[in-house]
Design a protein around this ligand. Structure first.
Ligand code: GLV
Ligand code: MN
Length: 215
């Protein structure tokens, strides 16, 4: 009996570790109350009797994102910060616009897997597996195609057409987060010492200083 109980407890512990993602809700909804004074994992709930339809609504994706930037792409997030009704629900989305040959540069989501759907255009996408293999998995996607970027892996998309492209992503967290590699490494505040990056990237301080100026 003790052994059965022990195995059961082990299973509970292992499965709770293996299912490390946004926790399941314990109520119908918990609309985020960003002004709440209580600090919890997520946002505190707005009083349910004060909740309105607009708490579950976001009308901000009708327009193209502004892609006038050096990479020629724009991610317009619909995370819990934009849509308070997402709080505790473990899901979010984003619209991604691309100029011809625009790039959504290498980045990862610290808390989410991403399911990516092309609505317009032709996109080259890819992700890299963890050490030591660092295998690069890449594919060209057409309108209507779907691709998954597994949780926390570095990935990118590039428009390889001469027309604008459009995609939507669904992400498995209300607050997926985005870490853009170049910004995190060369644009941190305060900056990581140039000599640390020069050694890490096996290059000269001048190359690193140049990159730090850009980010
Ligand atoms: C957004 O993060 C995306 O990769 O499309
Ligand atoms: Mn992404």
């Amino acid at each position: 009996m003790a052994r059965v109980l022990g195995s059961f407890l082990l299973l509970v512990v292992v499965s709770s570790v293996a299912m490390a993602t946004d926790p399941s809700p314990l109520q119908d909804f918990c609309v985020a109350d960003p002004s709440g004074q209580v600090l919890v994992n997520g946002f505190a709930c707005k009083n349910p009797s004060l909740v309105q339809a607009d708490d579950f609504y976001f009308g901000g994706l009708r327009m193209r994102g502004n892609t006038s930037n050096p990479v020629g792409s724009k991610v317009s997030p619909v995370f819990v910060d934009q849509l308070p009704g997402l709080n505790t629900l473990g899901i979010a989305m984003a619209r991604v616009d691309y100029e011809p040959w625009g790039l959504n540069p290498p980045h990862f989501h610290p808390r989410a897997t991403e399911l990516f759907t092309v609505l317009e255009g032709t996109l080259e996408v890819g992700f890299v597996t963890s050490n030591p293999e660092n295998r690069f998995i890449t594919k060209v996607l057409q309108k209507g195609d779907v691709f998954v970027f597994p949780m926390r892996l570095v990935h990118f998309q590039r428009n390889i057409g001469n027309t604008k492209a459009l995609a939507v992503s669904t992400l498995s967290s209300q607050n997926p987060g985005i870490v853009t590699i170049a910004n995190a490494v060369f644009g941190s505040k305060p900056a990581i010492s140039t000599d640390i990056l020069a050694k890490a990237f096996q290059t000269g301080n001048d190359v690193i200083e140049n990159l730090q100026l850009k980010f």
